[in-house]
Design a protein around this ligand. Structure first.
Ligand code: ADP
Ligand code: MG
Ligand code: ZN
Length: 630
C-alpha cells in the first residue's frame, strides 16, 4: 500500500471511540510482570517451618547456618531433613535468639535488604497510571494516535466521504440554487478547462436559507455529482474548549483536503464559527476568533488552482463576519429557499419513492395544503403519514393519512409560524400591489418575480425587480416612482381589505429613508433648496450609520425637513393609490393567481396585466444581485 493512502482522515485509521488506549494495557502488563518478579525473587525457598520448630532444631544442633532477615529466617541444616537441606521460618521478635544461636554454634549473618523492587513499584506504577489516564482522556477529547501532545489533530473528526451517493435527483424545489451549483460541479469535474486560461476557480460558496430547505443535502449532492471527496464538519465542532484547538483543526482540515483535490470542504452551520468578531459584549471569544482567523487565512492561502471548493451553509447570514463574505472567500452566495407548490410536489415525489401509496393519494393536493413547509418538513410529513397508516394496519398509505399528518405537523409548526389562510391573502394582496405599481409606472426595473413563499429572514413574501442595467444616478422622478412602488404593498392592502397590517414596516422604513435623503442629502426639495443637511456620517466601508448625530441646523429647519419628508411620502402614497384604484380588477386577478402559484414570474404578471415585455430581458448571468422589495 502506498503510504500516502493511509492518511489521517481515512476511515481506516480512525480509532474506535470507547476502547481504552494502548497505554492502559501496557501499564497493566507491567504491573503483572512486577508482581510475578516479586513472587519469584522474594519467594522463600526450602522447607517452611514454624518458629518453634526452628528453635528446637537449633537446640537439637541440626542447624548449620542461618540468615536472619527482616521478616524471615533462612537457614541450612547440617544434613538433609525430610529431603531438603534448606528451610525457612517466619521471624518473631525474639531477643534471646542470638544467644541461643551462639550457644548452639550456628553460623549466622544478617541481610542487606534490597528495596529496589518495592521502590519501583511504589513510585513508577502510579506515575505510569496517571500518565496513561491523562493520555486516555486527551484522546477522548479529540486527540488522535501518536502521542499525547497531538490532541489537537482532527483525525477522527474530519470526515472524508469518498463516494457520496446523493445527487441532484434527490433534491427538488430549489431549482435556482441547483442551477448555480451545477456550475460548481463542472469546475470540480474539469478544473483544467477553467484554469488553462488563467481563470480562477471560485473558492467559497455559501448556501443561505431557512432550516430544513436542503442546504446540507445540496452540498452533498454537489460532491456526489462531481464524484469528488466530501470533507464535512460542523461549525460548532471547530469551537473547542481549548484555545487553539479549533484553529489547529482548521489547518488540519485544509491540509487533508489539499491532498485529495479536487474535493469539497463543507462547513455546516457556519454561523457558529463565523459570527462577527467582537460582536458579543459578554467577554471575549478568543477561541472562536482564533479559529475564524485561521479559516480566513487558510481560505486566502491555499492554491486556487487546486480545485478545492469550500462550501458552507447557514440560516443566519446576518450574523456572519463581513470578512467571510469578501471576494476570494465566500463571495458566492446561493439562496436555498422554501419550495413553492410545484417544488413541494416534487419533494413529495422524491420522498414517496419508497412508500406504498394508495391510488387515492394526490400529491398535488398535499402540496397545495402544505404552504410554508420546507423540504425537511415534507420528508417528515411523508414519514408521519406512513407511520399513521402502519398503525392502522393498512397495506398502503392513503390520502386520509396524509391529511391527518398535515394537521399534526401544522400544529407542531405553529411555533415556526406557518402562515394562516388569511395571512397568505394579505401577503398576496400586498405583493401584487408592489408588482402592479412597479409594472405600471414608466422607466421602472421590470418585475422579475413575485413570491408569497415565506422566507427565513422575516419576509413573508417579496417582489423582485431586476435592473436592466446598472444605475449610477437616480433622477427625482425615478425616486418618486420608487417610493410609490414601496408604498404599493400597503396601499393594496388598504384598497382591497380596507385594513392595514404590520407587513409594511420594512417598506416604510426604506421609503422614509429615501424620502429623507431626497430632502437632506440630494437637495430635491424645492422648499429647502439645494443644501445638504445630512448630519449622520455614513461609513462607506461598513454601510452602517454611525450615531444619530444631527446636522448643524436649527429647530425650524428640522420642522421643515419633517414636513417635506411627509409631503413626499404622501404624494407617493397618492400615486400608488391612483394606480391601484385604476387597476382594481387586475389587483384581484393577480392576487388570486399568486395565491394559486405562490411564485409568479414577471412574464406571467405582464401577460395578466396586458403589458408588453421589457425591451431587453435581463440575463441572469450578468445582472447584479436583485434588490428585493419586501
Ligand atoms: P438544511 O441543511 O437546509 O437544514 P437538510 O439538507 O439537512 O436541510 O435537510 C434535511 C432533510 O430534509 C434532507 O436530508 C432531505 O431528506 C429533506 N430535504 C430537505 N430539503 C429537501 C429538498 N429540497 N428536496 C428533497 N429533500 C429535502
Ligand atoms: Mg443542515
Ligand atoms: Zn412590501
Amino acid at each position: 500500500m502506498n503510504p500516502r493512502d493511509k492518511r489521517p482522515g481515512d476511515r481506516r485509521s480512525v480509532p474506535r471511540p470507547g476502547r481504552p488506549a494502548g497505554a492502559v494495557w501496557y501499564v497493566l502488563a507491567f504491573v503483572m510482570v512486577m508482581a510475578l518478579a516479586q513472587a519469584w525473587f522474594l519467594a522463600p525457598a526450602g522447607r517452611q517451618m514454624s518458629y518453634s520448630e526452628f528453635k528446637s532444631a537449633v537446640r537439637g544442633g541440626q542447624v548449620a547456618e542461618v540468615v536472619v532477615g527482616e521478616q524471615a529466617i533462612r537457614g541450612t541444616y547440617n544434613r538433609d531433613v525430610n529431603g531438603s537441606r534448606n528451610f525457612n521460618a517466619a521471624r518473631i521478635e525474639d531477643p534471646k535468639l542470638l544467644e541461643e544461636l551462639d550457644a548452639a554454634g550456628v553460623k549466622y549473618t544478617g541481610e542487606f535488604v534490597s528495596r529496589w523492587l518495592p521502590e519501583v513499584i511504589g513510585w513508577v506504577v502510579p506515575i505510569l497510571l496517571l500518565f496513561a489516564l491523562w493520555s486516555f482522556f486527551f484522546r477522548r477529547m479529540g486527540g488522535a494516535e501518536g502521542g499525547v501532545m497531538s490532541f489537537a489533530r482532527s483525525k477522527h473528526r474530519v470526515f472524508a466521504e469518498d463516494d457520496v451517493k446523493v445527487s441532484f435527483a434527490d433534491v427538488a424545489g430549489v431549482d435556482e440554487a441547483e442551477q448555480e451549483l451545477k456550475e460548481i460541479v463542472e469546475f470540480l469535474q474539469n478544473p483544467k478547462k477553467y484554469t488553462a486560461l488563467g481563470g480562477r476557480i471560485p473558492k467559497g460558496v455559501l448556501l443561505v436559507g431557512p432550516p430544513g430547505t436542503g442546504k446540507t443535502l445540496l452540498a452533498r449532492a454537489v460532491a456526489g455529482e462531481a464524484k469528488v471527496p466530501f470533507f464535512s464538519l460542523s461549525g460548532s465542532e471547530f469551537v473547542e474548549m481549548f484555545v487553539g484547538v479549533g484553529a489547529a483543526r482548521v489547518r488540519d482540515l485544509f491540509a487533508q483536503a489539499e491532498q485529495k483535490a479536487p474535493c469539497i470542504i463543507f462547513i455546516d452551520e457556519l454561523d457558529a464559527l463565523g459570527r462577527a468578531r467582537g460582536a458579543n459584549p459578554m467577554g471575549s471569544h478568543e477561541e472562536r476568533e482564533q479559529t475564524l482567523n485561521q479559516l480566513l487565512a487558510e481560505m486566502d492561502g491555499f492554491d486556487s488552482r487546486k480545485a478545492i471548493i469550500i462550501m458552507a451553509a447557514t440560516n443566519r447570514p446576518e450574523v456572519l463576519d463581513p470578512a467571510l463574505l469578501r471576494p476570494g472567500r465566500f463571495d458566492r452566495q446561493v439562496l436555498v429557499d422554501k419550495p413553492d407548490v410545484k417544488g413541494r410536489e416534487e419533494v413529495l415525489r422524491i420522498h414517496t419513492r419508497q412508500v406504498k401509496l394508495s391510488a387515492d393519494v394526490n400529491l398535488k393536493i398535499v402540496a397545495a395544503r402544505t404552504a410554508g413547509f420546507a423540504g425537511a418538513d415534507l420528508a417528515n410529513l411523508v414519514n408521519e403519514a406512513a407511520l399513521l397508516a402502519a398503525r392502522k394496519d393498512k397495506t398502503a398509505v392513503e390520502m386520509r393519512d396524509f391529511e391527518e399528518a398535515i394537521d399534526r405537523l401544522i400544529a407542531g409548526l405553529e411555533k415556526r409560524r406557518v402562515m394562516s389562510r388569511k395571512e397568505r391573502e394579505i401577503v398576496a394582496y400586498h405583493e401584487s400591489g408592489h408588482a402592479i405599481v412597479a409594472t405600471m409606472l414608466p422607466d421602472m426595473d421590470p418585475v422579475h418575480k413575485i413570491s408569497i413563499v415565506q422566507r427565513g429572514f422575516g419576509a413573508l413574501g417579496y417582489t423582485m425587480q431586476l435592473p436592466l442595467e446598472d444605475r449610477y444616478l437616480m433622477q427625482r422622478g425615478d425616486l418618486l416612482n420608487q417610493l410609490a412602488v414601496l408604498l404599493g404593498g400597503r396601499t393594496a392592502e388598504e384598497i382591497a381589505l380596507g385594513e392595514i397590517s404590520t407587513g409594511a414596516q420594512n417598506d416604510l422604513l426604506r421609503a422614509t429613508d429615501i424620502a429623507r435623503s431626497m430632502v437632506t442629502e440630494w437637495g430635491m426639495s424645492d422648499a429647502l433648496g439645494a443644501i445638504n443637511y445630512d448630519g449622520h456620517k455614513r461609513n462607506k466601508f461598513l454601510d452602517i450609520t454611525l450615531g444619530p448625530e444631527r446636522g448643524p441646523y436649527g429647530e425650524d429647519t428640522a420642522r421643515l425637513i419633517d414636513a417635506e419628508v411627509k409631503r413626499i411620502m404622501s404624494e407617493a402614497h397618492n400615486q400608488a393609490r391612483k394606480i391601484l384604484t385604476a387597476h382594481r380588477g387586475d389587483l384581484e386577478s393577480v392576487t388570486r393567481r399568486l395565491l394559486e402559484l405562490e411564485v409568479m414570474e414577471g412574464q406571467e404578471l405582464r401577460a395578466l396585466l396586458g403589458v408588453p415585455p421589457p425591451a431587453a430581458e435581463p440575463s441572469p448571468e450578468t445582472t447584479p444581485l436583485p434588490s428585493g422589495i419586501q
